[in-house]
Design a binder for this molecule. Structure first.
Ligand SMILES: Cc1cc2nc3c(=O)[nH]c(=O)nc-3n(C[C@H](O)[C@H](O)[C@H](O)COP(=O)(O)OP(=O)(O)OC[C@H]3O[C@@H](n4cnc5c(N)ncnc54)[C@H](O)[C@@H]3O)c2cc1C
Length: 473
């Protein structure tokens, strides 16, 4: 390795890859090192940014300089106790400093009004994930990072001492090799790859809708490239973050999150889960997954009455641009949405007969304890108000996947691990890494992409500096 021409290649232009690029450039500059940094991105410049570009990017922080209380315990709870404590401690310890650093790149934050339900405190970058992409891409370009669009990485090359290059498919079919002394993989999860999705989730995964236009670019390339070289894996390979969306809408992430306040019926007009089992971010993942993988035709319908429109701020919980179906009677509503009227009427009659609690207790923002009688099956644990006030309202719902949980095993230094320990010169961050089990911890995915992307950039420069200092190099 010639210290005058050390090369760092980063794969992916999302939050993780850009944070890595900007942080590596800063470290190299502050240590007086000459490191050529190239960021490879599969998409055109106008589409680059993967999931981050389309994400509101809520972050589980009380303020930009203060983590939400109980953060690490919540990570353990969400993962059923499987989360790597070191990884999440590092995330917790670096969150505020990373957001301070992001602030210096020109990203500002405010406190969003979350859908309808409360839950942990969250902050949001002004302009959402798009602002993260735009500000960090500007900072990377100013730092002389070479941003190469329409340049998918397809394979890693390994030399004796560690990583030695990346094969890139440029201009359509040609494959070129980019020398690299260190590589950071940040190319997202595998939700956009039908073959991998089928392998891990079965044939029904082939028809799963992607939640945003950027989601399709994340086809597991970084994960596969490192696994081909012996990298270990982590995270739940049967885990995904998926949300209920309106299939009629052309909007990105057209979520409809008012289902806790009514009932949800399947295509046969029957209820199938406790719609009030928790705040929306506690139930949406299991619910949306159930719709796609277990319900007939992979569709369900949220059914409410006109009191929906009396809930202050109800619009915040509906990101579909298409109006709901509305009708004066349940039978007419059933006809409009094409489900058996008699079944839906029987379902709603049974629900109404059990929804005998005091409607004055109804509070959309928190678990209000307004439960239906225990006789109701499945139960309804909160927000059980009878559906009696026309017009009746229905939203069709399907599952829309955001990201997968299975990925590479990494440590707190963002080093990719194999059975022998860290793989020299190879780093990863964001969705490309595993670490999530059970349910996605709410408002953490962007934060961890930024924190570990920034760490990966610093660590890669550290590694290159040490390599350059070795005698005989
Ligand atoms: C609609 C939506 C809402 C969300 N809401 C939230 C939220 O509020 N809070 C939260 O924390 N998380 C949220 N998430 C999840 C979060 O946005 C992502 O998990 C996170 O942004 C992932 O960042 P990343 O850098 O790992 O991947 P990405 O942002 O997906 O970036 C990966 C990049 O790699 C590129 N790439 C892929 N393969 C290659 C290749 N072979 N060569 C070169 N480049 C390649 C892609 O084109 C893409 O630019 C949401 C996601 C979506 C889609």
């Amino acid at each position: 390795m010639n210290p005058d021409s050390q090369k760092l290649v980063i794969v992916g232009h999302g939050a993780a890859g850009l944070a890595a690029a900007v942080s590596a450039a800063e470290q190299a500059r502050s240590r007086g090192l000459r490191i050529e940094i190239t960021l490879l991105e599969k998409a055109r410049e106008a589409d680059a940014g993967g999931n981050t570009r389309w994400s509101p990017s809520y972050m589980r922080m009380a303020a930009p300089d203060r983590l939400a209380p109980g953060f690490e315990e919540d990570m353990q709870r969400a993962s059923g106790g499987l989360a790597d404590r070191d990884y999440f401690r590092t995330l917790a310890e670096n969150a505020a400093a990373t957001l301070g650093w992001l602030g210096m790149q020109g990203v500002s934050f405010d406190t969003p009004v979350y859908y309808l339900s409360a839950g942990p405190p969250r902050i949001q970058p002004v302009g959402g994930g798009r602002a993260i992409i735009d500000r960090l891409a500007e900072a990377a370009a100013k730092s002389a990072v070479k941003l190469r669009y329409e340049s998918p990485a397809i394979r890693l090359r390994m030399g004796e001492g560690g990583v030695s290059g990346v094969e890139v498919r440029s201009s359509g079919r040609d494959v070129t090799v980019l020398d690299a002394d260190a590589v950071i993989l940040a190319s997202g999860g595998f939700q956009g790859d039908v073959t991998m999705m089928r392998k891990h989730f079965g044939p029904a995964a082939e028809t799963l809708k992607l939640i945003s236009p950027g989601t399709r670019f994340d086809t597991g390339d970084g994960i596969r490239m490192a696994m081909d070289q012996g990298a270990s894996i982590s995270g739940d390979w049967n885990g995904m973050h998926i949300e209920p969306i309106d299939p009629r809408s052309q909007h990105s992430a057209a979520v409809v999150l008012v289902y806790p306040y009514g009932i949800v019926a399947d295509r046969d007009g029957r209820r199938f889960f406790d719609e009030g089992g928790g705040l929306v971010h506690e139930t949406w993942e299991a619910f949306a997954r159930d719709i796609h993988f277990s319900r007939p035709n992979s569709i369900a319908y949220a059914i409410l009455d006109s009191r929906l429109f009396d809930i202050i701020g109800y619009e915040r919980a509906i990101r579909s641009d298409v109006a709901p179906h509305q009708a004066g009677t349940i039978e007419e509503l059933a006809m409009l949405i094409g489900i058996p009227a008699r079944n839906l009427k029987a379902t709603i009659d049974a629900y109404n007969a059990a929804a005998t609690g005091d409607p004055a207790k109804f509070d959309a923002a928190r678990s209000d304890g307004l439960a239906a009688d225990r006789t109701l099956q499945p139960p309804k644990s909160n927000w059980a108000r009878a559906i009696v006030k026309p017009p009746y309202v229905a939203y069709p719902l399907v599952g829309g996947i955001a990201y997968t949980f299975g990925g590479l095993a990494t440590n707190s230094n963002a080093e990719v691990l194999s059975e022998q320990g860290p793989m020299p010169g190879l780093y990863a961050a964001g969705e490309t890494t595993g670490h999530f089990y059970g349910t996605a911890p709410n408002a953490v995915a962007v934060l961890r992409a930024l924190v570990f992307g920034r760490i990966a950039g610093r660590q890669a420069v550290d590694y290159l500096q040490k390599q350059a200092a070795q005698p005989g190099r």
